[in-house]
Design a protein around this ligand. Structure first.
Ligand code: PLP
Length: 404
């Protein structure tokens, strides 16, 4: 039989909706790209985006900034993290997360990872007590949401402030509550590979007026914070406007114009992602030696990527699966690789972080494979990709059995 191959691109996102293109062209025609460059009676695309995103997640305040990483750093500063502090965070995450902690001069205390790819809550409880950290930067890495009720109880009991990294959970929920709305502040990315696409960009939401005011000042509002539509009233700025440094990281009207129609269509896109995720899951469910991540009933996930484990497999065998799938057009990323590759890195390659050992995370990452699911894939594409993974995992597994 002719071997099937996949010819689609794992990095090709959908085009910007026509309404976004038209709005962006308008901004370029009038030339007022800076968020505070407004004519009489004009709100500006950035302020409108902030108001719409605040409504979308049900937050009191929203701030748009230059990137998701910038939103994380701003959130950490706004909750009061200072030079030399220790900040709890997931060992399984992406480099901008420990990078945001290092960026404020703090040191990450990494928390273990479960086989469901969420933060290990027992390890969190222990480190909340022993580390002296006052803040958890919680990363919902690859869209997996931990038991948020238990996490908030642990952090509440230990006096830990929770900042959420929702780069992979925009549009997701835990027991109906939007991701990013459990902690004191939620941060999102609008970078091309996330759930809305403006090339680069970030959003931050909170209900805390003092925190929101600090974040707005930090982002570089000068004394123009009155032009925001999702910021606290001007009196919240009365004192902090003198003491809060301007760390220039505003979003511009062009990117906000591109984002607003995407935000409007996000719920529909989430449904399309979920359909693709389920098709992929269906195709992989019965593959011997491969373990899918079971999604808890409380989790309203998006499914813009899928992960599976080859538990206990030797590195060489996992590498063979990656190579053989790659030969057939299926791009898998392996989180167990010694050397960081492209966007993927293991915690031990973040060498600016104090050296830490996390044996449970090591075990999980050693067998962890990851794949993006762009919306340019059809449902049939997803079924084909799953067939290819099934065949190659099975072939490598049979090879292992033959030599042992
Ligand atoms: C992309 C990403 C970020 C940072 O977002 P940028 O907009 O690229 O700065 C943070 N956390 C995770 C888990 C991410 O994947």
């Amino acid at each position: 039989m002719e071997e099937e191959t996949f010819t689609g691109s794992f990095t090709q996102q959908e085009p910007i909706p026509d309404a976004g293109i038209a709005a962006a062209v308008d901004v370029m025609r009038h030339g007022r790209l800076h968020r505070y460059n407004l004519t009489d009676g004009e709100s500006g695309e950035v302020a409108l985006l902030e108001r719409e995103f605040a409504q979308f997640v049900g937050a009191g305040y929203c701030l748009a900034v230059t990137s998701g990483g910038y939103a994380l750093g701003t959130a950490l500063r706004a909750v009061g993290v200072a030079q030399g502090d220790r900040v709890l965070s997931n060992a399984f995450s992406l480099a901008p997360v420990p990078g945001a902690i290092a960026g404020v001069g703090a040191d990450p205390v990494l928390v273990e990872t479960t086989e469901d790819l969420t933060i290990d809550l027992d390890d969190l409880r222990a480190k909340a007590a022993s580390s002296g950290a006052g803040v958890l930067l919680l990363s919902h890495m690859r869209g997996h949401i931990c038991d948020m009720d238990r996490l908030m109880a642990i952090c509440g009991g230990s006096g830990i402030t929770v900042v959420e990294d929702c780069a992979h959970t925009m549009g997701a929920r835990w027991r109906g509550v939007p991701s990013g709305r459990h902690g004191v502040v939620g941060c999102y990315s609008t970078q091309t590979y996330k759930h809305v696409n403006s090339g680069e960009g970030g959003l931050l939401v909170t209900d805390d007026p003092a925190l929101a005011a600090r974040a707005v000042m930090l982002s570089g509002s000068y004394m123009l914070y009155g032009r925001h539509l999702a910021a606290p009233a001007p009196d919240a700025f009365d004192e902090i406007r003198y003491s809060t440094p301007n760390m220039s990281g505003r979003m511009d009207n062009l990117r906000a114009a591109i984002l607003r129609p995407q935000l409007e269509g996000l719920s529909l896109r989430v449904d399309r992602w979920k359909a693709r995720y389920r098709r992929m899951e269906d195709g992989l469910r019965a593959v011997p030696g491969l373990r899918l991540i079971e999604r808890p009933a409380q989790e309203g996930y998006v499914g813009s990527s899928i992960q599976f484990l080859l538990p206990g497999w030797r590195p060489g065998a996992v590498e063979r699966v990656v190579a053989r799938c790659g030969d057939r057009g299926v791009e898998l990323k392996w989180f167990g690789a010694e050397e960081p590759v492209a966007y993927t890195s293991r915690y031990d390659s973040w060498r600016y972080v104090t050296d830490q050992r996390l044996p449970r995370t090591d075990r999980v990452l050693a067998g962890l494979l990851d794949m993006r699911i762009p919306l340019t894939f059809s449902l049939e594409d997803c079924a084909l990709i799953a067939r290819i993974i099934d065949a190659e995992v099975s072939a490598v597994r049979e090879g292992m059995a033959a030599v042992s």
